[in-house]
Design a protein around this ligand. Structure first.
Ligand code: FES
Length: 107
């Protein structure tokens, strides 16, 4: 089943937005170098949501995904934790499909 969550222009480069999937889970989508990446909104450290402020999933330099609870940093492209208490663990990746109409779909 496919589920359209937004259009590509809704996610500017180096920004992120949260959405609910059809299982009622929160995911977030971010754009980096023209590619879109999505992960479940769950920190592998304590299984809590990552953001403190709405749609604030990136660090101050907008370089890494950051957990607001203990500051873990995650690689945008792979979801791997590269600093913090869950070093070496990863965010759960969510597969996306981009349609030619510019829609972003969960596959
Ligand atoms: S809960 Fe995310 S780093 Fe601790």
């Amino acid at each position: 089943m496919t589920h359209k969550i937004c259009m590509t222009e809704d996610i500017p480069e180096r920004e992120a937005r949260a959405f609910d999937n059809d299982k009622g889970e929160t995911i977030f989508v971010t754009q980096r170098d023209g590619m879109f990446y999505a992960y479940k909104n769950l920190c592998p450290h304590l299984q809590v949501e990552l953001e403190f402020l709405e749609n604030q999933f990136l660090d101050q330099d907008q370089e890494f995904i950051q957990c607001s609870t203990h500051g873990a940093l995650f690689n945008v492209e792979t979801g791997e934790c590269i600093s913090g208490p869950c070093l070496g663990e990863s965010l759960q990746k969510v597969e996306l499909r981009i349609h030619s109409d510019g829609g972003i779909y969960l596959s």
